[in-house]
Design a protein around this ligand. Structure first.
Ligand SMILES: [Zn+2]
Length: 526
């Protein structure tokens, strides 16, 4: 009788095991690059209930889903530290451009631009559900606008207190840090001490300070000094966003700027940087117009530009800046999206000016820019960096990769290709083809380095107990396909993408699964 019972129990439990395998997903035979920067090795990974439960050479577990990754790289999902998702989450919650570029986590709220009620925003992310995880910064420009509009002046003591209250609450609600956008309104009107004061609040909660600096061209070294001063005085980790040298006259100056970062680290400032791997930038066309014209909103901008004296001054200063760039035309500025007339999309200011029947001279092109501004402005792509600087910055070991993009609406406008191809481009162009950095090094910069910086402590490595954000890709085939002329193209080569233990991409096809969630910063844990 006893042996019958034993046979029964054994067969019963093995039936249970078949129904309830030991893990959800078992990835076998892959070349594991774990995110530390260490060399790849052959191994297997078991995933269960959203976590990595085992990693190693010799493990073998029954699974609901087995992925044979022979010939493929298995790496942690990529963390894009610099994105602008605000307002686009709803357009494509599948975030297809990110997920097919290997990105499983985005940090949004950059360049001073974010939601002000962070608690509400993170709830929104969790109720909408995206395919990717989202963490957010609290943006200085939106905090300042909430308290004092677009005013071109210092904050009063009372306004300062109100801004402090907002950032304090944002950190308690789960922001990972504080961002500034000091080329945008009203950041340009803000002096360093205001930022230091606000950054001190963030530091209290162990948040990070990220900055789109005041200048990325002629005055870049002063702008870096300012970022470092804020780090030093507020005792806060600094992330300099989309580190670059803008303007032909500044090409080669990464020889000056990268050593400034190295020296600051020696001094004890916890500074790191990020970049997108392209020689063109993208932002609002308003950045071509002098700052003082941009105060107090669109009605005031329009009124100022209608004043002949002010318009003359604007054109003069735009031409002076063009001359500094050693350029004769505004051909380097290409409209990405202009809502009043979409035939402008993808055309340079030089071309648009000619389309309007105007003379082929820079002063008329400046006038064309002013016309666009009077009609509400446009986003644009600016071809203004050198490949040599992009590579020199890339070789700095504490530089991460970031798209500086949002969720792309497939087919809309002529946006910068970085929104589709940032990570694939690093892996294809700069790792495989040009050997600028090694594969393991690139993966480290896409995974554990950003996770450490933004304190996402259970992500960015392939380790037991970590969140199962995993990419499986073909290092020989990974490729960015998005270009300036044909931006709407997804990257290829990412065969499987797993987010929080859920298969989200299979055979390079998004499954429409949305397993991402909000990631909360260090302030909420207090
Ligand atoms: Zn920016």
């Amino acid at each position: 009788m006893k042996w019958l019972l034993i046979i029964f129990l054994v067969s019963f439990s093995s039936a249970i095991a078949a129904q309830n395998p030991d893990c959800d997903i078992f990835i076998k035979n892959g070349k594991i690059i774990d995110g530390t920067g260490n060399n790849w090795y052959y191994g297997n990974i078991a995933v269960k209930d959203g976590k990595i439960i085992k990693v190693g050479r010799d493990i073998e577990l029954p699974a609901k889903k087995i992925i044979d990754a022979a010939g493929f790289i298995v790496a942690p999902g990529f963390i894009d530290v610099h994105t602008h998702l605000e307002g686009d989450e709803i357009k494509d919650p599948n975030a297809t451009n990110f997920i097919l570029d290997g990105v499983t986590t985005c940090i949004t709220g950059n360049c001073g631009s974010s939601n002000v009620d962070i608690g509400k925003y993170l709830h929104f992310i969790d109720s909408l559900k995206l395919s990717i995880n989202v963490a957010t910064l609290i943006g200085h420009n939106d905090v300042r606008k909430t308290v004092m509009g677009r005013a071109n002046r210092d904050a009063t003591a009372d306004e300062m207190q109100q801004m402090k209250n907002i950032v304090d609450k944002a950190m308690k609600d789960g922001a990972v840090g504080f961002s500034t956008g000091l080329i945008y309104i009203p950041g340009t009107y803000t002096k360093t001490p205001e930022i230091v004061e606000l950054a001190k609040i963030i530091a209290k909660y162990n948040g990070v300070y990220t900055t789109h600096m005041r200048d990325e061209g002629d005055s870049v070294t002063y702008a870096i000094e300012e970022a470092l001063t804020i780090g030093r005085e507020a005792k806060i980790p600094v992330e300099i966003s989309h580190f670059k040298l803008s303007g032909q006259q500044n090409w080669g100056r990464s020889k000056e700027t990268v050593p400034m970062i190295e020296a600051a680290r020696k001094e004890g400032i916890e500074v790191t940087i990020d970049q997108y791997p392209y020689t063109a930038s993208s932002t609002s066309i308003s950045t071509l117009i002098p700052d003082e014209i941009l105060a107090d909103g669109q009605d005031s901008i329009k009124a100022r530009l209608q004043n002949p004296e002010i318009k003359k001054y604007a054109i003069k200063s735009m031409l002076a800046r063009l001359k500094k760039r050693k350029l004769k035309h505004f051909s380097y500025a290409v409209v990405a999206y202009y809502s009043p007339d979409t035939t402008y999309n993808g055309k340079s200011i030089e071309q648009i000016n000619l389309m309007k029947g105007r003379k082929h001279q820079a002063k008329y092109e400046a006038e064309t820019i002013i016309d666009i501004m009077m009609n509400g402005g446009a986003s644009a792509v600016f071809h203004g960096m050198s490949e040599e600087d992009v590579k020199r910055i890339m070789q700095y070991p504490f530089n991460m990769f970031a798209s500086d993009a949002s969720i792309r609406e497939f087919g809309a406008g002529m946006p910068h290709p970085r929104g589709y191809g940032t990570n694939a481009r690093v892996l294809a162009e700069y790792v495989r083809d040009q050997h600028v950095i090694s594969l393991e090094e690139a993966i480290r910069r896409m995974t554990s380095l950003p996770a450490q910086k933004f304190q996402l402590y259970d992500r960015g490595l392939l380790r037991e107990g970590y969140a199962a954000d995993i990419v499986v890709f073909d290092e020989r085939k990974v490729q960015d396909l998005s270009t300036y002329d044909h931006p709407h193209a997804y990257s290829t080569g990412f065969k499987y993408v797993i987010v929080n233990g859920v298969l989200t991409v299979e055979d390079e096809k998004p499954l429409g699964v949305r397993a991402g969630h909000a990631l909360y910063g260090p302030g909420v844990l207090k």
